[in-house]
Design a protein around this ligand. Structure first.
Ligand code: BGC
Length: 751
């Protein structure tokens, strides 16, 4: 294309940028030095206001017809004061905004388009807590890859995912968005998501830049209340909460998001220890740091900043590069520079990172590369998306209980029952299946459980009754539900939480079945009919009564677009459930925080001794432990073997175990390996996950499962916070859950 032709399309300022990129950018030219030179050249032409514009991220609004932006924001884009937008989607809309930035500003720097693509974009996959229960990192990676593909096809360039926050508190609504309680598993999942979102190269227009959030420890708010203070030892921070963020950073995440919370007295968004010492200096992160939504000005409410200007200075000095929705950088940073509170040098550094991301995404080469209507049409809701929505949903379901009813085994329902009562507020709900953060998820394409069952059980007469809502006290639907139950052979209930009852700002002080749903379950139990309870929720629910009184319980979370098909397939036995819990299910809220990797204490539980660590009114153990989940078949573990009883710091330990399918169905088993450091310079948990494998076994089939451990896997933070392994005795456990394992021991010796 000749330059005269180019001139029709783009402004003079942008031309310089394009020419620079065209003349000096070829396959071999995309070196770091080219990148640096390009960014330096651009930076040298930017005014302070334009630089601050690149450090500003603003949300688009949402009107009836889709995303929209008010005139003030549009003006800010046009005059270079807002270089990044989020919650803007569709090729058509984003092209309009991109045109403003590219063709109407002085330098024509393209916009980034951010969005919360957490578990899908339009086709929705199960909530992250659900997919974590698959322990299948390849599947999770594919979930992120496809979510990116769909969102990128609609003009999005950057996702605010993965959320790598560990949570051990199911009161916190955002437990739904994470990978559960364990740092080892959550790290593997965080890595998989970053790789899935970003693909091989960010410049591929079907990938998104990832954003690890929320740095740090946002998942441990006091009393489980969202946004609340986090106060924890440095040891716990490093052992439990930091590893998943670090894993995501090491997997190449392009960006990191700060957290809303105060951590040990300093809000995360102004926390230099987190954002500079750890993130930059220890982990060598060289990408871009964005704040959470208005978390800069919120530092005034925290009582950490005098005013917004001060808050902006604290954020920048701590290591923040981009202000999400606070407008603090926009309103005050210039003055802060004038007053020497911050230097233009610091601003340049932040802008370099923002421009670097745009460069890596290929936006300087072609600002419209993500904006292609044809791609949008063909990719969104394509068969590939819909198939993966089903596959990922099936793998996420956890069978919590499956005992025979007096009339015989209920699950799987291999013989189609003549009639089935389908009861509950979630049995025919579409939107609730999408769960929290369901992005632009299309409700109308969701298969409800009712639809899934009708499809899967064509010979069965279905008597459907809603019975009650997920909230409120109205029991007027109970009679209809009872009538449906009485005329049916079997009852399937879908109860739990609606999609608003988990997620951000959705903490609950009672994590039982909300509303009058438990009363409805009791009524169904009273009929004496075989009953399956399908729980659909965004968090572990405390369901001790159901556990005691109902023979079959499936935990189906919020499974996304293909929720109904997936659950129906499992009910019929077409799919054998294989999920295992990644967060402990308490018996009651009073046990929270509850997790498997506890310390032994000096007075470990002894039921016959009052003065040991326990409650008077509830057992110590949970209702369902971490790693727990049943199958329609049975697996037997035997022959746990170590290849040696002693290893030194350079040797590997081979651990093997035989797992046999002794039941009647083919199935998948998640084999888990835990260790315990028996004596340390600091006390250690009674179990720590160090490995897992998912294997498929036919009935009667047996496999040997192998793990390798080395001193690196046995590290702890010593009293001086050195990350080292200490010689001594260790136990190793392999089994089907954290509470059901075989055990061996070995010694780590100095070479
Ligand atoms: C959430 C983030 C999210 C952001 C943008 C905030 O309220 O905490 O996780 O990425 O909004 O939507």
């Amino acid at each position: 294309m000749k330059t005269t032709q180019l001139r029709h399309l783009i402004p003079a300022g942008f031309l310089l940028v394009v020419l620079f990129s065209i003349t000096s950018c070829n396959e071999g030219g995309k070196t770091k030095s080219h990148r640096d030179a390009f960014i330096d050249s651009l930076l040298s032409r930017m005014t302070l206001e334009e630089k601050i514009g690149q450090m500003t991220l603003l949300t688009s609004g949402w009107s009836q017809t889709g995303p929209s932006m008010n005139e003030d924001y549009k003006k800010m884009i046009r005059n270079g004061h807002c270089g990044n937008v989020f919650n803007a989607l569709t090729v058509e809309y984003n092209r309009k905004l991109q045109r403003m930035a590219v063709e109407e500003t002085r330098l024509g720097i393209p916009l980034l388009f951010g969005y919360d693509v957490i578990h899908g974009f339009k086709t929705i996959f199960p909530i992250p807590l659900a997919t974590s229960c698959s322990w299948d990192t390849a599947m999770i990676r594919q979930t992120a890859r496809l979510a990116s593909k769909e969102a990128a096809a609609a003009g999005v360039t950057w996702t605010f995912n993965p959320m790598a926050d560990i949570s051990r508190d199911p009161r916190w609504g955002r437990i739904a968005e994470g990978a559960g309680e364990d740092p080892f598993l959550a790290s593997a999942i965080a890595r998989a998501k970053v790789k899935g979102h970003q693909g091989r190269t960010l410049s591929d227009p079907l990938t998104l830049a990832a954003c690890v959030k929320h740095m740090a420890a946002y998942g441990d708010p006091r009393a489980g209340r969202d946004y609340n203070t986090v106060d924890m030892s440095l040891r716990r921070l490093r052992e439990v909460y930091l590893p998943p963020y670090q894993a995501a950073v090491e997997a190449g995440a392009a960006t990191v998001m700060t957290a809303f919370n105060d951590l040990n007295g300093i809000p995360a968004t102004g926390n230099k220890f987190l954002l500079t010492n750890i993130l930059r200096n220890e982990w060598h992160f060289d990408g871009m740091v964005v704040t959470d939504y208005t978390s800069i000005p919120e530092m005034v409410d925290h009582g950490y900043a005098r005013d917004e200007k001060h808050a902006g200075e604290l954020a920048l000095n701590a290591g923040v590069d981009m202000d999400m929705q606070g407008s603090t950088f926009h309103n005050h940073l210039k003055k802060s520079v004038r007053q020497d509170k911050i230097s233009e040098q610091q601003i340049n550094q932040a802008v370099r990172r923002v421009l670097g991301l745009k460069y890596d995404l290929g936006l300087f080469e072609d600002p419209y590369r993500y904006l292609d209507e044809q791609r949008e049409d063909t990719i969104i809701h394509s068969q590939q998306m819909m198939d993966h929505a089903l596959a990922s949903a099936k793998e996420s379901v956890v069978l919590l209980k499956n005992e025979p009813h007096e009339a015989g085994q209920i699950l799987p329902m291999e013989q189609q029952p003549a009639s089935m009562a389908l009861i509950g507020p979630l049995a025919d709900s579409r939107s609730d299946m999408l769960g929290t953060w369901h992005a632009a998820g299309t409700d109308s394409l969701v298969t409800t459980l009712k639809e899934g069952i009708e499809q899967e059980f064509p010979g069965t007469t279905i008597h459907y009754a809603r019975g009650c809502e997920t909230t409120g006290t109205d029991q007027s639907g109970f009679d209809q539900a009872l009538a449906a139950a009485r005329k049916s052979e079997v009852i399937v209930m879908a109860v739990g939480e609606n999609f608003r009852q988990s997620g951000e700002a959705a903490s609950r002080a009672h994590i039982n079945l909300p509303g009058v749903q438990l009363e409805l379950v009791k009524k169904m139990v009273q009929t004496g009919k075989p009953l399956v309870v399908v729980l659909m929720a965004g968090r572990p629910l405390a369901i001790p009564w159901i556990d005691q009184n109902v023979a079959a319980i499936l935990n189906a979370w919020h499974l996304g677009t293909r929720a109904g098909d997936a659950v129906a397939d499992i009910l019929s036995g077409d799919t054998n459930p294989s999920g295992k819990l990644t967060s402990t299910f308490p018996r009651t809220t009073g046990q929270i925080p509850i997790f498997y990797s506890v310390k032994n204490t000096g007075r470990p539980l002894d039921p016959d001794n009052k003065y040991t660590s326990k409650y008077l009114d509830v057992p110590n153990d949970p209702l369902y432990p971490f790693g727990y989940g049943l199958s329609y078949t049975q697996f037997e573990y035997e022959n746990l073997k170590l290849n040696r009883s002693e290893i030194n710091f350079k040797q590997n330990l081979q651990v093997s175990v035989q797992v046999k399918n002794t039941g009647q169905y083919k199935g998948e088993e998640i084999v888990q390996l835990y260790t315990r450091d028996m004596v340390g310079s600091v006390t250690r948990p009674v179990k720590e996950l160090k490995g897992f494998r998912k294997i498929a076994l036919k009935p009667g089939e047996q496999k040997q499962v192998e793990f390798t451990l080395s001193a690196d896997d046995l590290k702890l933070y010593d009293p001086k916070m050195n990350h080292i392994a200490e010689p001594g005795k260790f136990k190793v456990f392999v089994g089907t859950s954290s509470a059901n394992v075989l055990e061996e021991s070995f010694t780590l010796v100095k070479p």
